[in-house]
Design a protein around this ligand. Structure first.
Ligand code: TYM
Length: 350
């Protein structure tokens, strides 16, 4: 299991008598896939089971708007992400589960933070450049401001730890920069949020690309049946040197091997490495073992997902309660940040 950073910057700032805060979010862009599970959600569950942590998990529906303008699809996707949190094993009694848009205070904090973020840095953000390239006809200001809203998500409940995949690390750095600037200008208030100590992971896509992604059509989805999964896995790209069964390959450049490293035992990894480099096994043999391990890993998730899907209205109920709890905590932060910045003195009773 990954351990949290012991970086003194984060731990020193846990207020006396309070638990360190863990927070993370997932966009509502599509079905949840193995990358989301291994890169993020598995850690959410482990952290949420600890008595010495206060956890917040949300659906980043406002971030979703930057690339998905289809309202019906967002409406359908939001409860689906909540079901996936619950199916993975997050207990809504212990953790606060909510949608980003149900906490308007986060958007207020976003505006306050916009004033602490140079546009030059936003323009340099790798994810902005990537998305602008992918959606050249829809380079909206939301894409540019994405990291500022993400900082507001994280600093709203004054989170110390943010379990995310490797692709989110730059955003986390932006959040730390904003926290530092705020603290320098207005006095110490925000902890500097940290990822988990071990480097985050990046699950590659089945098409041979660097990242499994919801919008890239290269995923193994968490609700895929074993048959559906095999249909995707069997033709998945491997080391191109293995043109025939007799050609040896190099696991170090094979996406399938990388996925193996996240779900298979040492013994299996040795078997794959030996068999691949000597052409002792074929790619399909390697993929069959991977298929079995992923199916086993997801069996419990899938069973819980089936049960939860039958409970109509449950996800919505969880979200309503989560919004109430999140608004209270985040509202307090925003009021304090406003006071320190010299605004909202005439807010009336709240
Ligand atoms: P999103 O929705 O793209 O992904 C959700 C989580 O899954 C991880 N992930 C992966 N990890 C490893 N390999 C992959 N192929 C892979 N694909 C996705 C992501 O790293 C992420 O942890 N910006 C965020 C959502 C967000 C957020 C936040 C997260 C908004 N505000 C505040 C944390 C804190 C995003 O787009 O995640």
């Amino acid at each position: 299991m990954k351990t949290e950073s012991t970086n003194p910057e984060a731990s020193r700032e846990v207020e006396a008598g309070k638990k360190p805060v863990v927070l993370s979010g997932i966009r509502a862009t599509g079905r949840m896939h193995l990358g989301n599970y291994l890169g993020a959600m598995r850690d959410f569950v482990t952290l949420s089971e600890r008595d010495d942590r206060e956890c917040f998990f949300f659906v980043a529906d406002l971030h979703t708007l930057t690339t998905l303008p289809d309202a019906d699809q967002i409406r359908r996707n939001v409860p689906e992400i909540v079901l996936s949190y619950l199916a993975a094993g997050i207990d809504p009694e212990r953790s606060t589960i909510y949608t980003q848009s149900s906490v308007p205070e986060t958007s207020e904090l976003f505006w306050l933070f916009s004033n602490l973020m140079p546009v030059g840095e936003l323009l340099k953000s790798p994810s902005y450049k990537e998305k602008a390239q992918m959606h050249p006809d829809n380079i909206n200001a939301g894409l540019l401001n994405y990291p500022v809203l993400m900082a507001a998500d994280i600093l709203g409940p004054r989170a110390h730890f943010v379990p995310v995949g490797e692709d989110q690390y730059t955003h986390l750095e932006n959040a730390r920069d904003i926290a530092r600037r705020f603290n320098n200008r207005y006095g110490d208030f925000f902890p500097l949020p940290q990822p988990l100590q071990q480097s985050g992971i990046r699950v590659p896509g089945l098409d041979g690309t660097g990242k499994m992604g919801k919008s890239d059509g290269n995923t193994l989805d968490l609700v895929d049946t074993p048959d559906e999964m095999w249909k995707k896995l069997a033709p998945a790209v491997t080391d191109p040197a293995r043109k025939t069964r007799k050609d040896p390959g190099n696991p170090d450049i094979c996406n399938i091997y990388t996925i193996h490293t996240y779900v298979s035992t040492e013994e299996e990894l040795n078997w794959v490495r030996e068999g691949c480099t000597t052409a002792g096994i074929g790619c399909l043999d390697c993929k069959k073992t991977l298929h079995k391990n992923i199916s086993d890993l997801l069996a419990e998730y899938q069973e819980r997902h089936r049960d939860l899907s039958a409970r109509k209205g449950y996800a919505e109920e969880v979200l309503r309660e989560g919004a109430r709890r999140a608004r209270k905590v985040i509202g307090e932060t925003v009021r304090e940040a406003q006071d320190r910045m010299g605004v909202a003195a005439y807010r009336g009773s709240s």
